[in-house]
Design a protein around this ligand. Structure first.
Ligand code: ADP
Length: 588
């Protein structure tokens, strides 16, 4: 669980309000409307406070006529025009901002390095990108508790304070004496609410993570008969969430808010006899007394709105803080501004004395060197965990090496615009990930501009066209229902996906190892036919896939222990030969 860390709230708010700048003209209009609204709102009580002046004067009709003349048009305008205009503006700003915050976070998440995703659960990002953003949007557009309300409540507080000061300035002094300690206490209480709210969000995020894991891993859960255990784990997470929500709720509503609203609900009624005493003793005239009662109630009400905005602002900064925590994480892989585009990739790949560790102190690759000429095939073989896939990860610049250089077309990878390389690179992995959408979309994924004909041609070349045609819906079948596809079929879709890109550089990472030998042989044939002239790195522990490679590297615990062609390595009778024997023995 991420711990609550104290951040400068002011800095957070400055960062946040930068997003608001494009809407300045709409906010200006909101402020103007709020002013008009506030004045109209204050009108009845101003009129009411004048009532005693008319008592016993015989001018009651005049007073009523005057009131109606003022109030009717003002309130008609207020509700019909101003209110709907304000609501529309608030709605529009909220919608646009919530989109913007999501876009910025999503783009950032996609740009972060893989190492980031390996250290944080997926559910956490889902929670931050959805719930956290939704929690602080009201700050910008809620007419009752957000920033738009603030202008009007400050204005009305000042207006009422001014009216009280005309009636009896000493009343303001007495009120301040009572309010300062109460509001100081509330401020302290809200610090606890804020901490509890952070905890609540961390628990809710764990809940999302647990839910996401149990849905994604449902096959494993069922196969290992862990349903009961998973349900219990989820319920436990739920119970913890409930506990933290209760704590935050009780603290805020029953303690902090109770004290906060006490000036309106307790102090004001209790002060009435005191005001009456001042009037009866002749210290304030009766007309002022009448005004003070009304104005002080209104002032306390709007002061509470203003004060509660600033306290709630402290709560809003909790999700804001979480939002920026993610946004402030820098990608580990950064390209220089003038990174070179390799528009026409030749496909030469070179590793020069490369060392690499995922975590400091645990070296995975040691002194790896090889040079692969364009169009040639390099095979990497070794036991599981030897570091084979890590070589591919480095070549694709998913990570940077700790020492040594990696070059593509003689350019250092750190100076290259990787998008230009990836646009011409194909990757076929052991597990094929099919995205939601049709089979056609999934093949076209690698090249969104490919025509339908090109999709079909790629599928034909990958030997999967006939299988797709026989599926219900054919190319338009939803791949999310890809459970209907066998491992071999999915693998061929991955090959079609790579083919449609017409890559110059191709990585096959255990691309056939989960298949039966008949399917594997068919796929190897497809690969050989299609990828003849493409620089290919084949990572495999299956000898039959790599016998015709131009160079075979044998990796053991991150080091190259043998290299050469198949026949030479067989002659050497070392590690490669052992792999070979094991497979021959296994298959016969
Ligand atoms: P191979 O492809 O030869 O099976 P890998 O290159 O996948 O091996 O992994 C080599 C070693 O690096 C293994 O010990 C593995 O546990 C470790 N490893 C792989 N990926 C990561 C990672 N993201 N973080 C930390 N260690 C990793």
């Amino acid at each position: 669980m991420t711990e609550f860390a104290k951040h400068s709230q002011l800095k957070l708010l400055v960062k946040l309000f930068r997003y608001v700048i494009p809407y300045w003209s709409k906010y200006l209009l909101i402020i103007l409307l709020q002013f008009i609204q506030g004045t109209i709102h204050a009108l009845p009580i101003i009129l009411l406070s004048r009532l005693p002046l008319f008592i016993g004067t015989g001018r009651a009709d005049d007073y009523i006529k005057f009131c109606m003349l003022m109030l009717l048009p003002a309130f008609l305008f207020r509700y019909v025009i101003f209110e709907s205009l304000l609501n529309t503006l608030n709605w529009y700003i909220g919608l646009k901002l919530s989109l913007k915050f999501r876009q910025v976070l999503y783009r950032h998440l996609e740009s972060l390095s893989l190492s980031f995703y390996q250290t944080r659960p997926v559910g956490e990002h889902i929670y931050r990108a959805n719930v956290d953003i939704d929690s602080f949007i009201p700050l910008f557009n809620n007419p009752l508790s957000g920033f738009p309300m603030l202008i009007s409540s400050i204005y009305q507080t000042i207006l009422m304070a001014y009216l009280i000061s005309i009636a009896g300035p000493e009343i303001l002094f007495y009120l301040a004496l009572i309010l300062i300690p109460i509001y100081s206490l509330v401020h302290v209480l809200y610090s606890t609410v804020r901490r509890l709210d952070y905890k609540k969000r961390a628990r809710a995020q764990e809940l999302t993570a647990t839910l996401r894991d149990s849905i994604a891993g449902i096959r494993v859960i069922k196969a290992f008969d862990r349903v009961k255990f998973t349900v219990r784990r989820y319920f436990r997470a739920l119970a913890q969430y409930l506990k933290s929500t209760q704590a935050a709720y009780l603290m805020q509503l029953l303690v902090a808010d109770l004290v906060r609203t006490s000036p309106v609900h307790i102090i004001w009624p209790l002060s009435l006899p005191f005001f009456a005493y001042l009037a009866l003793k002749g210290k304030i005239p009766i007309i002022s007394w009448f005004g003070i009662i009304i104005f002080s109630r209104q002032m306390l009400y709007f002061l509470d709105l203003t004060f509660s905005f600033f306290q709630k602002l402290r709560l809003y900064t909790v999700p804001v803080q979480r939002y920026f925590e993610t946004l402030d994480i820098q990608p580990e892989i950064i390209e220089p501004g003038d990174a070179k585009k390799l528009a026409d990739l030749r496909g030469e790949l070179e590793f020069n004395a490369v060392d690499f560790a995922y975590q400091p102190g645990f070296p995975i690759l040691k002194n790896i060197s090889f040079k692969l000429e364009p169009g040639k095939k390099l095979a990497i073989i070794g036991a599981s965990g030897a570091g084979k896939s890590t070589i591919a990860n480095l070549a694709l610049r998913l990570y940077d090496p700790n020492n040594g250089k990696i070059k593509i077309d003689q350019e250092n990878l750190r100076q290259i615009n990787m998008r230009s390389v990836l646009a011409q690179t194909g990757v076929i992995l052991q597990d094929t990930f099919l995205f939601g959408g049709t089979i056609r979309d999934n093949i076209r994924y690698a090249n969104p501009n490919a025509t339908d004909e090109e999709v079909i041609q790629a599928a034909r070349d990958a030997g999967i066209h006939n299988d797709i045609s026989e599926l219900p819906g054919g190319y338009d079948m939803d791949a999310a229902e890809g459970a209907n596809l066998s491992g071999g079929q999915k693998q061929r879709i991955a090959i079609a996906r790579a083919l449609i890109k017409k890559p110059r550089l191709l990585f096959l990472d255990e691309a056939t190892s989960s298949l039966d030998t008949v399917t594997e042989d068919a796929i190897i044939k497809t690969l050989r036919q299609n990828f003849q002239k493409i620089t290919t790195i084949i990572i495999s522990h299956r000898i039959n896939l790599i016998t015709d490679a131009d160079e075979i590297i044998v990796l053991d615990k991150g080091e190259i222990v043998e290299r050469g062609k198949h026949d030479d390595l067989i002659q050497n009778k070392k590690l490669y030969y052992q792999f070979y024997r094991q497979q021959i023995d296994f298959e016969t």
